[in-house]
Write a protein that binds this ligand. Sequence first.
Ligand code: SF4
Length: 221
Amino acid sequence: MKDSHPTYHPDIAKVMIIEGQNNFPISWLNVQGYCEYSIYLENVKGIRTAPTRAMKSGSKIHHVLEEEFKRGAIPTTMEEMMETSKTTEIFSRELYVESVHYGIRGLIDEIWMTPDEFIIIDDKPGDIAYPSLINQVFGYCLAFKDRFWDGRRIVASLRQSDTGDIFWQQYFDEEAENQIKNIVDQIHQALLFNREFIPTKNPNKCRKCRFNTKCDRRVES
Ligand code: SF4
């Protein structure tokens, strides 16, 4: 019988064991797209680095947006929001989603719920839709769909945090869903040590990487 009490993985940081299955943060889908090996260095080997400027400014912007939202927010339940949004447009911030089935969890920065669709927004400091950022927002879509979906269209969106401009948007269709399911599965296989965490071959990424002084797989240009 599966244990229903979530626990932390004994050897891998940030991985939880929920209903007997590993569950990792959806933000790792972004990290994996940059360099999967950094997940290994940070969470399996336990290597620590100082937070980057982008990480610090990202959490500051999130805090400001969250405070603004709270000032006008009406506390409600997810069930109420799902029901209300069938007839009225509403939005929510910092919505926690957890998929036991896919073994992923995270906080959706913002979600607009309309009678026709759910628009899932991830705030980013830049305005380039790198594949790694797309993977992350697809991860939120996958978890949301698994947990709450009622047949309405799901739209994945990336938004520039300073300007509030949406700079990339795509329907979370079957192709997108299959794509992200494959990537999620790849990470699970690495967490089970069925395969190795793969380092990037791009020296430019290594040059900018916060682990580059401590990484044994760093590539030089
Ligand atoms: S230094 Fe390069 S290989 Fe090592 S974790 Fe960073 S990006 Fe990956």
